[in-house]
Structures are given as C-alpha cells and as structure tokens.
Design a protein around this ligand. Structure first.
Ligand code: SF4
Ligand code: SF4
Length: 221
C-alpha cells in the first residue's frame, strides 16, 4: 500500500531573488481584496540585496491567538492559524505586537487584522498556496518532505525557533544548511595528565678531583 506523505510548506530564504512575484500573487487571491498577506524582509539593506519572504509560520501555540482579547484568531485541527474573524476582531493590534515573526497586519480602515492563512481555501483541498505556485526560484515550496529532500540535499528543514528563553515550533519549515560532520573532539587539557618519560641527560662537568678530569669528557647524571 502506498503511504502518501503530507504536503508541507518550506521556506528557503537563501533562494529568494526579491522579485516580489509571491507578494503580487498573494494580493490577487480572491479572498484578500487586493491586499497581500505576505511581504519581503530585507536582511541588511545597507549592504546586501538579500530578501526573505515572510509568510505566517503557523505556530503550534500561536502567540497572536493567545493575546487576542476577542478570541478572533482560530487554529484549525490541521494546524493552520486563520486570519482574524471579522465579527470578532476589534482591531486592537495585540496580535501585531505579539507575533515573533512580524506577520499580522492591521487594516485600520476596515477595523480588522488580516494575515497569511496559507491559502486555506486552496491548501485544504491539496492545492499549493498562491505564492508557492509563482516563486521562480522555489524559495517558497509546497510539497512533501521527500520531494524537498530530493531537490535540496545540502539543506534540511527546521521548524523550531528560539526567541530568548522561548522555543517556538511551527507548521511551516525553514530550510537551513545541513550541518557539517562534527569535528573530532579535541581535548585541550589532555597534555596536563602526561608524565615525561625517564631520560638520560649528558652534561659536561668540571670537577676538582685529582687527577683533574677531562673537562670535555661526558658523565652520567
Ligand atoms: S507566525 Fe505570528 S501570525 Fe503566524 S501563527 Fe505565529 S504568532 Fe500567529
Ligand atoms: S516569488 Fe520567490 S523569489 Fe520572488 S520574492 Fe517571492 S519568495 Fe522571493
């Protein structure tokens, strides 16, 4: 029997070329009313053109939902954190401040927070999210773990992130370089336990013994 692997979302920032196709495709989604729910971050704008596509990471314990006083953000059974529910959202902005990844956006004119819901209308029926369908470099990839491992042998997915003392686990994974093989352990204090081997030191001794020894003769000490 064939076992189908679940479809997952993988983000590989190192492959992003900053073309904005994903942002544009997101804004064209029927449910987004012309707004993009994702954006690009610039790593170090002063020195690099490197960009990172920021989608919702769909945290296992979403901070955005935890701080929402109106209980407007719901996480579905399959682990997708939904955008705020219109009848509940009071546009307080708590989720915007709380999200460690800087994802939710507040739309003051419409009095609602909107964010990436991984194109739930598409992904819940096995289709790819809009952004992943257009990304030319596959910085945004939606597929199985087997597929991503086959096309990116040098990278591995991670979905655990540390923010200070807090560790956050997410449904979306970020591709990071595979760690090189660990270096052999170098014990820098091992020499302290070493004992020098017995050895013979030859010295030339000038003695006052009669008869006067040869000053250049070798003696054992
Ligand atoms: S990444 Fe931010 S918006 Fe998305 S689920 Fe986590 S806390 Fe909420
Ligand atoms: S479509 Fe892909 S390459 Fe272009 S900006 Fe978005 S993530 Fe980067």
């Amino acid at each position: 029997m064939t076992v189908h692997q679940p479809l997952e979302f993988f983000v590989d920032p190192s492959r992003c070329i900053g073309c904005q196709s994903c942002v544009q495709a997101c804004s064209e989604c029927d449910t987004h009313r012309g707004e993009s729910m994702i954006h690009l971050e610039f790593i170090d704008r002063g020195h690099s053109v490197q960009t990172v596509p920021m989608v919702c990471m769909h945290c296992e314990q979403p901070t955005c939902a935890e701080v929402c006083p109106a209980d407007a953000i719901k996480r579905t059974a399959d682990g997708v954190v939904q955008s705020a529910r219109k009848p509940r959202c009071i546009a307080c902005g708590n989720c915007v401040m709380a999200c460690p990844f800087g994802v939710p956006e507040l739309y003051i004119d419409r009095a609602i927070m909107m964010k990436c819901d991984m194109c739930y209308d598409r992904t819940s029926v096995g289709k790819r999210p809009m952004c992943a369908t257009v990304c030319p470099s596959q910085a945004l990839f939606f597929g199985t773990r087997e597929q991503i491992e086959a096309i990116r042998p040098q990278s591995m997915p991670t979905n655990r992130f540390r923010f200070g003392e807090q560790v956050i686990t997410t449904r979306v994974s970020v591709m990071v370089p595979r760690a090189p093989a660990p270096a052999p352990l170098l014990d820098v204090t091992a020499a302290m336990d070493e004992r020098p081997a017995n050895r013979t030191v030859r010295l030339n001794v000038i003695g006052a013994i009669d008869p006067l020894p040869d000053p250049f003769a070798e003696v054992e000490v």
